[in-house]
Ligand binder design. Structure first.
Ligand code: ADP
Ligand code: MG
Length: 270
């Protein structure tokens, strides 16, 4: 069985992409699914959230420029079944340099091919920078499914429209006609405000098949965990944030039939 590649891309920063990438990856890994998290953001937030030190030369910068292999960039993490391709500042240059190369949209796809072929990972999750530049567009070209982290805030639908237009651009460019919107994760849901509920209702009305049932609550524990280099499961396993990401992982593994060695197995009776 090959790897399923998810990218978490969005032109906005601070919407919960990295928090979702890290904790979803950890939650899937906890289900004994071998996961590779690819940190494609030069700010390396996912790298530090996993407690991994940034190291010059250890990122996809080299491989994206034809130097070195992505497989050689993989490091183990403290989380069982979870590996990482870290990021570092050099990757920022790729944003500019990629635009000057041939087939610039398909670079990452080519770089990840041997990783997929290695059979080491069932799932690859790419955490993107907060812009729709070359790196994020490359991730769309490399992915099977885009996961959209959408913050429960005013104008959320407008942001969603922009992301969906980029998906169309990639498909029209012919680099990844099979790209699908795998799902929408509503993040930073605040139970105390009507706005959060309204935004979720609105997105659900527009894209009922895409929105996940699991909504990620706004909780301080989720924002604290990365400063300790820990996932929410290591930091506070019984917190609402931990159960939310566990539920999201469950939904995703069901939606994409990941994990369970016997795909035909009927769901357990509740
Ligand atoms: P992005 O990767 O989209 O820029 P992050 O995941 O880094 O977004 O989140 C932005 C900030 O919000 C970070 O400080 C993060 O810790 C915090 N944050 C993310 N999700 C939540 C949440 N559900 N509740 C509270 N804080 C959150
Ligand atoms: Mg981020």
């Amino acid at each position: 069985m090959g790897s399923l590649v998810f990218t978490i891309a969005n032109q906005k920063g601070g919407v919960g992409k990295t928090t979702t990438a890290v904790n979803l990856a950890a939650a899937l890994a906890d289900k004994k699914i071998p996961v590779l998290l690819v940190d494609l953001d030069p700010q390396a937030n996912a790298t530090s959230a996993l407690g991994i030190e940034k190291e010059e030369g250890r990122s996809l910068y080299g491989p994206l420029h034809g130097e070195g292999a992505a497989l050689d960039m993989i490091v183990a993490t403290d989380v069982k079944n979870l590996s990482l391709i870290p990021s570092e500042e050099d990757l920022a240059a790729a944003e500019i340099e990629l635009a000057q190369t041939e087939n610039y949209l398909a670079r990452l796809r080519a770089v990840l091919e041997p990783v997929k072929a290695s059979g080491r990972f069932r799932v690859i999750i790419i955490d993107c920078p907060p812009s729709m530049g070359m790196l994020s567009m490359n991730s769309l070209a490399a992915a099977d499914h885009l996961l959209i982290a959408l913050q429960c805030e005013y104008m959320a639908l407008e942001g969603l429209g922009q992301i969906l237009r980029n998906v169309e651009r990639i498909k029209e460019a012919g680099v990844n006609a099979a790209l699908s919107v795998g799902g929408i994760v509503m993040t930073m849901y605040d139970i105390r405000t009507n706005l959060s509920r309204q935004v979720v209702d609105e997105v659900r009305q527009h894209l009922p098949d895409k929105i996940f049932n699991t909504v990620i609550p706004r909780t301080v524990r989720l924002s604290e965990a990365p400063s300790f280099g820990k996932t929410i499961f290591a930091y506070d396993p019984l917190s609402p944030g931990a159960s939310a990401y566990k539920n999201l992982a469950r939904e995703i593994s069901a939606r994409f039939e990941i994990g369970g060695a016997a795909p035909a197995r009927p769901p357990a009776a509740i």
